[in-house]
Design a protein around this ligand. Structure first.
Ligand code: BGC
Length: 715
């Protein structure tokens, strides 16, 4: 029987009560099944960086088993820093295998919201400020997950770029900005990546709650995008029975566990029985869920063929290491300070709390019960071995409440739909203790051959539910870094964080390395880069401004306020703002150094135009002119010379990661098509291309353009 006919047949056999059981949470991470007809519950799990610990079915309490220790993968920003779609595919594959291995059906990932400012608490989960980069990585990521008979659930649609007042804030965004920035990767996720599920965001978009928005879900996603997958609410994102029933949402999930009182539970049943709502609305939702179950081989004899997955195995740990290695970003390397030469080195000091901190167990719904997490200190000791004496000093204290999630306490998530009390998370440190730790670090720095400072942020700052107020390093780290740099000017500074931080000491430090939370092997990868076993190739997937106030939405007061925020900056987000305004930034988009040098030359373009297509075949040469093997990310930016509407100075439209041995020279070929040149016309309500001159730049970052040419499009 054809799937759609089969679905109709099953729906016709289900009672109203059974259907309603399938469309709302019946456990914290599952819906209800219908045993009579062999329909199982749909089991879901967070999240983007690994498979979350198992909770009691109906209580926000970890179930306390030891069988849910899991692999911990680099966060979304770290993956984005690799600029490597093959690694994104691998990441998806291993996550999918882990999810299936743990018996899950839906993986609540990837998180692909645009980093609109440096301050959003969940930026670490997200990939980039640039929708093209997000698209290029999220599509293979989703494909990888779904190869394992597990659904990806791309989240959170849409314009969910702040945590302040996240349950209610109304985000006012114009159509062009939505189409060009905030919806683009979601569209790709479902049309190219074929994500079986999608999660609505908590916030409102232009006046309607995203999880029940007719404009967003019914019109855009179902009608315009033709989506036949399953739409799931964020946990507690539904606010009204009629709205949710009439919207294209399929499943209501919530954090509270009086499941029968969910809006799409008893209240819905009552409305149908009273004749206020039609049962056909429920049939549609159930049909979408049954189609999903079919796709995942969850029903009948097909279960025999369903993949069974595997988790916490060595191959997955290796994958975590491979991704982590390519995610490390070398921001600065004056006088070839790095890699640190170990020959003759006897004593090294590691200073800073992030050298020993474990990050996997915090951050919000992406928290994990990692099987292990290699801290930077462990990574360094592993790489150096026993002949070097490694001393450690904290340098500063983290007094924040960052304890384990595996204790008996109720999870933070039980009350996650209420305002968060930051004071209990960020507590501050006593001044005398801070001074003592600083002095201790400085004294140590004076006595050794090498010093590495490892600081940055942790999940008291990169945290679901709360935004940061500024980009200033917490715990008085700036003064510790200044003092250590004074004591030993050769100190290498490493920042580990999920978002940009101010670095007022950057001019004094010869070498600065940045690492996003990089998973269970993050410490190993970092050490390998610091000591030259791995040549860094990560690039910034977002701009690092000097201060948060350099960022337009922050300047305009349209970030992190409750009530409503208007995206007045429109397209001027990230480098689309900074590069267009030619504003100085600390480190630009796409920046990241290598231990070798690459030369670009001979860029050529062949343009072919027809009525409905434009093809530009680019070719250029890249040469490794240094002494070690390395990987370069060739970035292609395109701009319009004389547009009739505002267009950013240039936009990333393609990239390619190239591996080159010393003195090796390769031709890079890149094909650009019409999407590259089009913009969303408010008049025509579609993407169009204007005739005119376009610049095509090839660069090592958005500001390190090595080759440039112009082409004419006639249309
Ligand atoms: C988050 C989602 C997550 C869900 C389930 C919510 O707090 O916003 O991303 O998937 O919880 O844990």
């Amino acid at each position: 029987m054809q799937t759609e006919t089969w679905i109709q047949d099953i729906v016709s056999q289900l009672t109203l009560e059974e259907k309603i059981g399938m469309i709302h949470g019946n456990g914290l991470f599952r819906t209800g099944g219908v045993e009579r007809l062999g329909i199982p519950p749909l089991v879901m799990t967070d999240g983007p960086i690994g498979i979350r610990a198992d909770f009691e079915d109906q209580l926000w309490k970890p179930n306390g088993m030891t069988s849910d220790y899991t692999s911990y993968f680099p966060c979304g920003s770290a993956l984005a820093a690799t600029f490597n779609p093959k690694l994104a595919k691998l990441n998806g594959q291993v996550l999918g295998e882990e999810a299936r291995g743990r018996g899950k059906d839906v993986l609540l990932a990837p998180s692909i919201n645009i980093k609109r400012t440096p301050l959003c608490g969940r930026n670490f989960e997200y990939m980039s400020e640039d929708p093209y980069l997000v698209e290029a990585l999220c599509v293979p990521f989703i494909e990888g997950i779904q190869e394992n008979d597990v659904a990806a659930c791309v989240k959170h649609l849409a314009a969910n770029s702040q945590e302040t007042d996240r349950m209610a804030v109304d985000t006012i965004v114009d159509e062009r900005t939505l189409e060009e920035l905030y919806l683009k990767a979601f569209y790709a996720a479902i049309t190219k990546g074929r994500s079986y599920c999608m999660m609505g965001a908590y916030n409102k978009l232009n006046g309607e709650f995203c999880c029940s928005s007719k404009q967003l879900l019914n019109k855009l996603v179902r009608e315009d995008w033709n989506y036949d997958g399953t739409i799931i609410s964020d946990w507690g994102g539904v606010h009204d029975t009629i709205d949710a029933a009439e919207s294209a949402l399929d499943i209501e999930m919530d954090v509270h566990y009086e499941f029968s009182s969910h809006y799409l539970a008893e209240p819905l049943k009552k409305k149908v029985e009273e004749g206020i709502l039609e049962e056909a609305l429920i049939d549609k939702k159930v049909s979408n869920i049954l189609r999903l179950m079919k796709r995942l081989h969850m029903l009948g004899d097909e279960q025999e063929t369903r993949k069974s997955g595997i988790y916490s195995n060595m191959e997955h740990h290796q994958a975590a290491l491979d991704i982590a290695r390519e995610s490390v970003i070398l921001l600065k390397n004056e006088d070839d300070r790095l890699p640190i030469k170990t020959k003759g080195m006897r004593k090294i000091a590691i200073i800073g709390e992030n050298a020993i901190r474990i990050h996997s167990n915090k951050g919000g719904s992406s928290e994990l019960k990692a099987l292990y997490e290699t801290s930077p200190l462990l990574g360094i000791k592993k790489v150096l071995g026993g002949n070097v004496s490694v001393s450690y000093a904290k340098g500063y204290e983290v007094a924040d409440k960052l304890d384990s999630i595996y204790d008996d306490e109720e999870s933070w998530q039980a009350s996650s739909t209420q305002e968060v009390d930051i004071s209990s998370i960020r507590m501050g440190t006593k001044a005398e203790e801070q001074e003592r730790l600083r002095r201790e670090a400085v004294e140590l720095a004076k006595t050794v051959d090498e010093v590495i400072f490892i600081g940055g942020l942790n999940h008291a700052y990169d945290l679901e539910g709360v935004d940061r107020e500024d980009m200033i390093l917490p715990y008085g780290q700036d003064s510790v870094i200044e003092a250590v740099l004074e004591a030993n000017p050769n100190t290498v500074v490493v920042m580990i964080a999920g978002s940009p931080v101010e670095m007022p000491w950057a001019d004094k430090a010869k070498a600065i390395v940045y690492q996003y939370y990089a998973g269970m092997e993050g410490g190993t990868a970092l050490a390998e880069v610091l000591f030259g076993k791995v040549n860094p190739s990560g690039k910034l997937p977002e701009t690092f401004p000097y201060h948060a106030t350099d960022c337009l939405p922050v300047q305009l007061g349209e970030m992190g306020k409750p009530g409503y925020v208007t995206f007045k900056e429109e397209l001027k987000v990230g480098y689309r703002q900074y590069d267009t305004e030619q504003k100085e930034v600390a480190f630009c988009f796409g920046h990241g150094l290598s231990y070798t040098k690459f030369e670009y030359s001979d860029m050529k373009a062949t343009v072919t135009e027809s009525d409905d297509e434009v093809t530009v075949e680019l070719s250029l040469m890249i040469e490794n002119t240094g002494k070690v093997k390395g990987q370069e990310i060739v970035q292609i930016y395109v701009g319009s010379k004389n547009p009739s509407v505002f267009r950013p100075l240039h936009e990333l439209k393609a990239f390619q990661k190239v591996t080159l041995a010393p003195e090796e020279k390769k031709e890079v070929k890149i094909k650009l098509q019409k999407d590259t040149f089009s913009y969303y016309s408010m008049e025509e309500k579609q993407f169009i291309i204007e005739a005119g001159t376009y610049t095509i730049e090839a660069g090592s970052s958005s500001r390190d353009i090595r080759e440039c040419l112009t082409i004419e499009l006639h249309r």
